[in-house]
Design a protein around this ligand. Structure first.
Ligand code: ZN
Length: 209
């Protein structure tokens, strides 16, 4: 996993200046290969729209947890679990470039420092706005939070629906994928882990909108 994380960091700045014209040409060609007429009215601006949508959906490559947290860290002698639950999450699977979406539940135990609560969803966005697999996304969020806070422990649970499973192939429309990443006390102390997992799963079924 460490190597994987490093590789992604090295990738970080690569889409900051996505070459729009070249991208639009590719999308136009894609439409032709699908048997479509890229010049018909409804599709005329599609290459531009797809290029700008993809640029937006992958803007996490050009960002980092440190950057979005910025000055939002405060000294505080609080040593209980802090949890933000039901954070909306949208990402794209790197195998099919189709969306997966769901919720993240994130907790940590501070080690003299806390992070502004609104920063936690922003850390989720940094790593979800990239081509991902859910397993790596979960680990990267945990690593990102560890990196900025050096807490006593971190727990991340993600529950997500993958359109590549729902729309194609097996068409398992109700299967939800659940992943977790535990660090420090969340891994070593069974009581902490149990409390976290109980809180993370107590929302019951995640609604599918
Ligand atoms: Zn997929």
């Amino acid at each position: 996993m460490a190597t994987q994380l490093l590789r992604d960091t090295a990738f970080n700045k690569s889409t900051a200046s996505l070459p729009t014209a070249e991208f639009e040409k590719l999308v136009r060609r894609e439409l032709e290969l699908l048997g479509e007429d890229p010049d018909r009215e409804g599709l005329a601006r599609t290459p531009a729209r797809v290029a700008s949508a993809l640029k937006w959906l992958t803007q996490g490559y050009a960002s980092s947890a440190e950057e979005v947290v910025g000055e939002g860290i405060f000294e505080e002698e609080h040593d209980n679990m802090i949890m933000v639950r039901d954070i909306e999450l949208y990402s794209m699977c790197e195998h099919h470039m189709l969306p997966f979406f769901g919720k993240a539940h994130i907790a940590y135990i501070p080690n003299g420092k806390i992070v502004g609560l609104s920063k936690i969803p922003r850390i989720v966005d940094v790593y979800s706005r990239r081509l991902q697999v859910q397993e790596r996304l979960t680990e990267q969020i945990a690593e990102g939070l560890c990196g900025v806070l050096n807490p006593l422990g971190v727990g991340v649970v993600i529950e997500a629906y993958h359109l590549c499973m729902m729309m194609r192939g097996v068409q398992k429309q109700n299967s939800k994928t659940i992943t977790s990443a535990l660090r420090g006390a969340f891994r070593e102390d069974p009581k902490t882990r149990d409390e976290f997992l109980r809180l993370a799963h107590s929302s019951g079924a995640v609604s599918r909108y």
